[in-house]
Design a protein around this ligand. Sequence first.
Ligand code: BG6
Length: 503
Amino acid sequence: MSVAQIQARPPQVQTPARRVAPPCAFVVFGATGDLTRRKLMPAIYKLMQTGSLSDAFALVGVSRRPFSREAFAQAMIDAVKETGEVDAPTADRLGQRLDYVTGEFSDAATYTQLRQRLEQADRDRGTEGNRLFYLATPPSEFETILTQLKQAGLIVPPHGKPWTRVVIEKPFGRDLTSAQELNRMVAGALDESQTFRIDHYLGKETVQNILVFRFANSIFEPLWNRKYVDFVEICAAETIGVETRGAFYEQTGVLRDIVQNHLLEVLCLTAMEPPNSGDADDVRSEKLQVLRALREPWAETIPRDVVLGQYRGYRQEKDVAPDSVTPTYAALRVFIDNWRWQGVPFYLRAGKKLKKRITEVSLHLQRVPLSLFGREDICQNLEPNVLTLRIQPDEGIQLKFASKIPGFDQMVGTVKMDMSYVEAFGGEPPEAYERLLLDAMRGDATLFSRRDAVEASWQWITPILQYFEHQPPRDFPNYEPGSWGPDVAHAIMQRDGRSWREH
Ligand code: BG6
């Protein structure tokens, strides 16, 4: 066989055909808010630029603030420009597809207007009656909007054409009871197949890669259990504080803002059993099993296994109470009571104003049972293998292992094998919202949270929330901005003879 013939063979890794959204109108409630400006519009722009949106696309913003269609379009293009370079042809195309309805969410007239604009988009743009509604509003507005949409006939029955889908932003409830109520209310207006509860962490490439890494490689799965894993660390550290979101954060705090959703999602992907298939419900059912196996927190175990913190200066942030006890940091020791993970602690930590921005999962493997290299105590000094999945920044995967240090002595050192996304694939991975909006338009719910899982995660965390509501921490603020959180958080690990991974 000649060289030319060899090269002509199809490559092993084929670039998949571009996934294009079907014709549809995208309606954003809360269109003048921060989320729309910072995340949704830049994502829509990118999808349009990369040819992922159908030409038959329209975007209608709905909000109280009076705006003309032109002023709204300009404000949205400006918002996109704030996030990066914008090319004129795409900006023009997007601008032509933007429309705006001013109105109260509780006023039926808002929905009459909306309906007319959507029918207009069907005629002018060919959106075929397909609608993706996005509730980028405080949760207190969800019921009003869904009820009004239903009364205005803007929600069509599921499983047919045209389709209606609704994306609902977190926080989805504030404890188990409110999440159940919200779910009941949503189920009164929508079928579960039309409901897309968004957790933007699931749209991150590196979070999705946890499953690929685990289930598309045969080398790791045999190690992925209590026989080889000593403990697991999941960290979501941010350097920013609450910025302009003091009012929101006062109602949520780190447990509702990050732990109940983002951290538990990452935990589920790390700990779940292999699903029967990659289908949305097979994957989501396995994640649910992890949540159901989480060891229940008790009043006796919570003070030992949960440490909360608040950064110095939080109480002086805008819209924050001067005596606030809202936590901005949490460290937790969690157990999954199932066959695979029994006895393996999962240490979770998340916080704002910490030393570095890092989101990662680290599996610390057990030490070797016997030192062959010199003195017995060297075995203890050998660092165990650590496999780290870096979710952000510097997305990648790292394996730490022991190696002989060159020389005549039998010296052992630790080396790192590193895979970087940017180096391997050239370029940053796409933004989470791009993937999630495209999936919602295509009706793929794999990366969205299912009703039962949302309730299971609240069921686990509610006793912790209640415990601290009754016994608010007295030592707040208890950590300096730019540190790694309160000193007491180290005790969670130290008690087990371990320490947090250093950065
Ligand atoms: C959001 C939280 O869900 O996630 C914010 O409400 C947090 O408080 C943000 O800053 C972190 O997301 P990312 O993608 O910047 O890591």
